[in-house]
Design a protein around this ligand. Structure first.
Ligand SMILES: [Fe+2]
Length: 357
């Protein structure tokens, strides 16, 4: 596929309306119904649906999503290259997983490298309203969804791995072969893991067992996607892909907080009024009496935790209030993309151009 190829399908053909149709969860998942998806699949079960491309016109009307010249012009952060050893082992060793500037990325694409773009919504504002709509349809607060794009070259793809997020992968152009399998050994991981990269690192070592095989022993399912196909990959589901010819796909990546994050925040909100818990942790001979004080505070902690209700924790997820911002700050990921105007009204940056300057 030429990098300049544009599959813009422009106006609706199924409503007679001249304006673009809103891309919501129903259109994304069509022909699967939202009710069926939410009751039988979301959030733990894999699904693939093969709908018609014209329902995705709100996506295909955004030039950057199908035209790599336009996307690399708008995109202002390093782009990851993928180049499988099967195509050229020496070149693969030199450039696979390397990050390059958006100015040079197209040269690598022409040379056969796949381009992997993350945080596309930051550079293509028109995509933000779509993310916000999907979050609303899934009952999630704004800021949980991000957009990635894969401009894959023929026979390239990703080896077997699992991710920590939930993922709607939308095939926009070309075809891809997928292999997927349920992950029964590492349920609900909080990190991405690719066995061929070696042992798990960091926090993942606490829940990914030693000796996890490089090939999944779970029973696999293989299928092919074409333009209009949507694959839902649950948290931790094994998957690998190989492009069948050049391909463009986007991934709506959903990363809600884990219950763990919300409960820790609920505990923090209850402890922070108490001066003892706000003391800076120090270690010295003189700190001995403080150790006794800390032990006394810890003794009272179970009672504090037991007073936290499930409804309180859930409300922290659903309410767009200070708790959400505190959570983002605590996790060091200021992802909420909304601004507040002079009247105090907040809006999605992508929905309201007047607030986006
Ligand atoms: Fe993945």
């Amino acid at each position: 596929m030429s990098k300049k190829e544009n599959l813009n399908t422009s106006k609706s053909t199924d409503t007679g309306s001249s304006g673009p149709l809103k891309l919501d969860l129903a259109r994304l998942l069509s022909p699967t119904s939202v009710a069926e998806f939410l009751s039988k699949k979301w959030p733990d079960e894999f699904q693939v649906s093969h709908g018609k491309m014209d329902r995705l016109q709100e996506l295909t009307a955004i030039p950057e999503l199908l035209d790599l010249d336009r996307l690399t012009l708008a995109y202002r952060k390093p782009i990851t290259l993928w180049y499988p050893p099967s195509k050229d082992p020496r070149l693969s060793k030199r450039i696979h997983d390397r990050k390059v500037s958006s100015e040079t990325a197209l040269g690598f694409y022409e040379a056969g490298a796949t381009l992997y773009f993350t945080d596309v919504e930051v550079f293509v504002p028109e995509t933000r309203c779509i993310l916000r709509q999907l979050e609303r349809d899934l009952g999630l607060p704004p800021g949980c969804a991000r957009l990635e794009l894969f401009a894959s070259r023929d026979r390239s793809g990703t080896p077997l791995h699992f991710d920590h997020e939930l993922n709607f992968n939308v095939q926009l152009a070309g075809r891809k072969k997928w292999t997927v399998a349920k992950n029964t050994r590492v349920p609900y991981p909080l990190t991405h893991y690719k066995p061929i990269e070696g042992s798990p690192r960091g926090e993942a070592r606490r829940y990914i067992p030693d000796g996890l095989p490089s090939e999944t022993s779970e029973s696999t399912e293989t299928f092919e996607t074409e333009p209009g196909s949507v694959v839902f990959i649950p948290q931790g589901y094994w998957h690998s892909t190989v492009a069948q010819g050049d391909s463009i796909a986007i991934a709506v990546v959903i990363v809600p907080p884990a219950w763990l994050d919300l409960v820790l925040l609920a505990i923090r909100k209850r402890l922070i009024p108490q001066a003892g818990w706000r003391q800076r942790a120090v270690s010295s001979f003189g700190a001995k009496p403080r150790l006794a004080e800390l032990a006394a505070m810890l003794e009272r902690l179970p009672k504090t935790v037991s007073e936290i209700t499930g409804a309180e924790v859930l409300s922290m997820l659903l309410r767009e209030d200070d708790a959400r911002f505190e959570l983002q700050a605590a996790r060091g990921k200021g992802r909420l993309e909304r601004k507040t105007d002079e009247t105090g009204t907040s809006a999605c940056v992508g929905c309201n151009k007047s607030l986006s300057d």
